[in-house]
Design a protein around this ligand. Structure first.
Ligand code: RIB
Ligand code: CA
Length: 321
């Protein structure tokens, strides 16, 4: 059992979001991390859905910590759209969770309080657009500089550039200016960033066949995951659906699950055709020092095992609660 002192303090910033849901289940179920709080951001669907979805998911998985409500849209642009086609009108593939009684707090002060109040440096897993993260950097720079590592699901290397436009992955597409701010912050401060992009997550296909222990439990998580996998797919294939966000959380739980390389990354945020593209300097041609550990591959078998065993164990605990 992981001792409390060895658990990685973690905050999740998210836009739930069907793959966000599995990532949150995995994090709450894993003893390697201690989830201090979670914050909602607009992205997959509007904040009017992602915020209550996050609170309802926290209730579902038995998370008792604080939930923050963050940005209702990109920093300033008005030309990007949610992903209703992928996540459904309610953001959870139509799956209905009981409404929550929780009181949500403003996200940015919550992020700052949790980061500065932690005895050990906090990892921030950002699995939606980076608007809240840019807000933290702007309004709470001291807290942002104390972050142990930002682990983001977003962007991609050139071999898999986009899933929303030919050049852009959704989280970066939705608020490219916020993403550019994070990578610039990494260069300015040296705060570590791990970028888990489509070049890796598109291979992270998980289907019911990979989750036998989870579906044997028939618990609350299994019921929701079963609905999502049956009705909505981020990438439909015979092997299942791409669990983009779960890869980012798995990288916090088991960092060796990724192969990464330290490279310079910047974000195209003004291109007519390429806005939202993460430009990865594989050859060092920019002359800029690396600011990001870029994921190049993931151990998909290990991801499937983590999801299957951890969320099944969580369901067993929830059924007994
Ligand atoms: O491109 C995949 C990412 O966009 C995931 O975080 C998914 O939840 C959506 O937000
Ligand atoms: Ca997401």
């Amino acid at each position: 059992m992981t001792g409390l002192e060895a658990r990685t303090p973690l905050i999740i910033d998210t836009d739930p979001g069907i793959d966000d849901a599995l990532a949150i289940m995995l994090a709450v179920a894993s003893p390697e991390v201690e989830v201090l709080g979670m914050t909602a951001v607009a992205g997959n669907v509007g904040l009017d859905k992602t915020a209550p979805n996050l609170a309802a998911l926290a209730d579902l998985v038995g998370f008792a910590g604080p939930i923050g409500i963050g940005a209702a849209g990109p920093l300033w642009r008005q030309d990007t759209l949610p992903a209703w086609d992928v996540h459904g009108e309610n953001g959870l593939g139509g799956y209905e969770l009981p409404a929550t009684e929780r009181i949500l707090e403003p996200a940015l002060p919550l992020l700052a309080r949790l980061i500065e109040g932690s005895e050990r440096p906090v990892t921030v897993a950002a699995i939606g657009p980076l608007t809240n993260i840019a807000g933290l950097i702007t309004h709470f720079p001291r807290a942002a500089a104390r972050v142990a590592r930002f682990v983001i699901m977003g962007g991609a290397t050139l071999d898999r550039p986009g899933n929303t436009t030919p050049a852009a992955e959704f989280n970066i597409y939705y608020d490219p200016d916020a993403a550019a701010r994070l990578f610039a912050f990494g260069s300015e401060t040296g705060v570590p960033i791990t970028m888990v992009g489509l070049n890796v997550t598109d291979h992270a296909l998980v289907g019911p066949a990979h989750l036998p222990a989870l579906f044997a439990s028939d618990g609350p998580c299994a019921q929701m995951v079963g609905h999502i996998m049956a009705n909505y797919a981020t990438d439909r294939s015979g092997d299942g659906t791409a669990q983009h966000d779960a890869v980012a959380l798995a990288a916090v739980i088991d960092p060796d699950i990724l192969e990464t390389r330290s490279l310079f990354v910047d974000v195209e945020n003004i291109g007519r055709l390429t806005s939202g593209m993460t430009v990865v300097d594989h050859l060092g041609l920019s002359g800029n020092a690396p600011n990001c550990d870029v994921a190049l591959s993931v151990d998909v078998a290990r991801l499937r095992t983590l999801l299957n065993t951890r969320i099944a164990a969580l369901d067993e605990r929830l059924k007994e609660a």
